[in-house]
Design a protein around this ligand. Structure first.
Ligand SMILES: [Zn+2]
Length: 338
């Protein structure tokens, strides 16, 4: 077990991890990065992390890396990231958007079920610095309620500001809610680079200069999903180790925002633990012989998948408004960058 740095000990960071060797053994991939240690963060008072903005709690040792992904979940791209992380038996933190999570609840649940940490990144990725205090709080809290609702289970009191744009009022609000804030040490600028190769080079070059850090990427970006396998291989080859962040406690959402979210997802009886759609709705052959009274219907074909969620206003039944999100098409909805 490593010695916890003094600054880390001050905010209640605890090393939870089993030794790196033991975790590596559990990975089927002999070249897997694994997780070298897990740190537990006591979010009381809303500590800040990431030296770009919050220079207090620097808990990483040389060669240690925390992987973070913002703005998802997004179909295909988030799944690509999950697949690559799984192949390396390693863990990351996802700062998810409320609208996206409600649009793709199955994907955010997959993120959570793989053991990754789920934090939040507002409801619709507004620049909170440019909003009224009430509007900014609404964005933060609606995002929390939505992500929690979509996950159908506990989420972490971890938050990242869209475009890393904080303000005095919003910081105070998060501190009062005991939510930790994450800036970054290594900004990949993947949203500007727009190629997988460039994204890998961007992260590795910056890491080589700084030697460690919390890395910011975007699982909504197609090329980031494609970059992660090569990035993880490069991190392994260069001797970097992955630190997994966990929160000491779970995040309590506020009832009034839960109610507002609930009103927008009418049709979904309960979150989490639902039966798979394929066990609820199946396509039957109406030309098949009728079953006897009391008998089982004769099901001939595979299930037809139906949407598991009624989308909230502004979100199409196929998920968030993919016509306008930062999906590499150049069209913008709320994507201005980070
Ligand atoms: Zn963002």
């Amino acid at each position: 077990m490593r010695i916890v740095p003094f600054a880390a000990a001050l905010v209640g960071l605890t090393v939870l991890g089993t030794p790196a060797l033991a975790q590596q053994k559990a990975c089927a991939n002999p070249n897997g990065l694994g997780v070298s240690r897990t740190v537990e963060i006591d979010t009381k008072g809303g500590p800040g992390f990431g030296l770009e903005h919050y220079k207090v709690h620097d808990f990483l040792q040389p060669k240690e890396v925390v992987l973070t992904f913002d703005d998802g979940p997004q179909k295909i791209h988030t799944e690509n990231v999950l697949k690559a992380l799984g192949e390396h038996c390693t863990k990351a933190t996802f700062f998810s958007i409320g609208k996206m999570a409600l649009g793709y609840p199955d994907i955010i649940r997959h993120v959570a079920s793989e053991g990754h940490t789920v934090g939040t990144h507002t409801w619709s990725h507004q620049n909170l610095k440019k909003m009224t205090e009430a509007g900014a709080v609404d964005e933060i809290e609606r995002g929390i309620s939505a992500v929690k609702r979509a996950v159908g289970g506990p989420i972490s009191p971890f938050f990242r500001f869209p475009q890393l744009a904080d303000s005095g009022e919003t910081l105070k609000h998060l501190q009062g809610r005991n939510i930790a804030m994450f800036s970054t040490d290594i900004d990949s600028f993947d949203f500007k680079i727009r190629t997988a190769e460039g994204t890998v080079k961007s992260v590795i070059d910056r890491l080589e200069k700084k030697g460690k850090g919390i890395v910011l990427m975007h699982d909504i970006q197609p090329h980031t999903g494609k970059a992660v396998p090569a990035l993880l291989a490069a991190l392994k080859a260069k001797g970097y180790q992955i630190v997994h962040l966990k929160a000491k406690g779970e995040l309590a959402s506020l009832p009034e925002f839960d109610t507002a979210i609930e009103a927008s997802v009418k049709g979904l009886p309960s979150a989490g633990g639902e039966r798979p759609t394929s066990s609820v709705v199946r396509t039957i052959d109406e030309n098949a012989p009728k079953t006897r009274l009391g008998g089982e219907p004769d099901v001939k074909r595979d299930a037809t998948v139906v949407p598991a969620i009624i989308a909230p206003k502004g979100v199409s039944s196929a998920g968030p408004n993919t016509e306008n999100i930062g999906d590499g098409s150049g069209r913008k909805w709320f994507w201005q960058g980070k």
